[in-house]
Design a protein around this ligand. Structure first.
Ligand code: DQA
Length: 149
C-alpha cells in the first residue's frame, strides 16, 4: 500500500465553470473523488490539496518528505510556467512526481510550452481533460512497486 498525494495549483478550484471549452465540465471535487476511489481500489491511499498560494503548495511538498508520501501527482497550473520555488521544493524532498495538465500545454500560447517541472518529473500527462488525472494515476500505480522498494 502506498500513499499518493494529489496537488492542484491556482484557479483549479474553479474547474467546471472555468473556461469549460479548454478545461472541461468536471469540477475538482469530482476529479478528486474519482481518483481517491480508483487509488483505493488499487490498495493505495490518496490525499489531496488545492491551493491558490504558492507557499502552501511548497509547504505541503515539504511535509510530504516526512509524512509517508510515496508519490505526488501535481497539476501546478500557472505555477508550471513560473515557479522555480516549487520546482526547488521537489528537488529538495526528492519525492517522485507526475505532472498533469487538463489542456495540451503545447498547442496553446508559447509561454505555456515551458514547464519548470517536466524535466524532473517521472512523466507528464497533458491534454486529456479530467482523464489526464486518471492516466497519471494509472502510471503512478504501475511505477509504485519500484518506488516503494
Ligand atoms: C493547466 C495549464 C496551465 O497553463 C494553466 O495555467 C492552468 C491549467 C492545465 O491543467 O491545462 O491553470 O495546468
Amino acid at each position: 500500500m502506498a500513499n499518493i498525494l494529489l496537488l492542484n495549483g491556482p484557479n483549479l478550484n474553479l474547474l467546471g465553470s472555468r473556461e469549460p471549452g479548454l478545461y472541461g465540465s468536471a469540477n475538482l471535487e469530482d476529479i478528486v473523488a474519482t481518483l481517491t476511489s480508483s487509488a483505493g481500489q488499487a490498495g493505495h491511499t490518496l490525499s489531496a490539496l488545492q491551493s491558490n498560494a504558492e507557499h502552501q503548495l511548497i509547504e505541503r511538498v515539504h511535509c510530504a518528505a516526512t509524512d509517508g508520501t510515496d508519490l505526488v501527482i501535481i497539476n501546478p497550473a500557472a505555477f508550471t510556467h513560473t515557479s522555480i520555488a516549487l520546482r526547488d521544493a521537489f528537488l529538495a524532498v526528492a519525492i517522485p512526481f507526475i505532472e498533469v495538465h487538463l489542456s495540451n500545454i503545447y498547442n496553446r500560447e508559447a509561454f505555456r510550452k515551458d514547464s519548470y517541472f517536466s524535466d524532473i518529473a517521472i512523466g507528464v500527462v497533458s491534454g486529456f481533460g479530467a482523464l489526464s488525472y486518471q492516466l497519471a494515476l494509472a502510471a503512478a500505480i504501475e511505477k509504485l512497486p519500484a518506488i516503494e522498494q
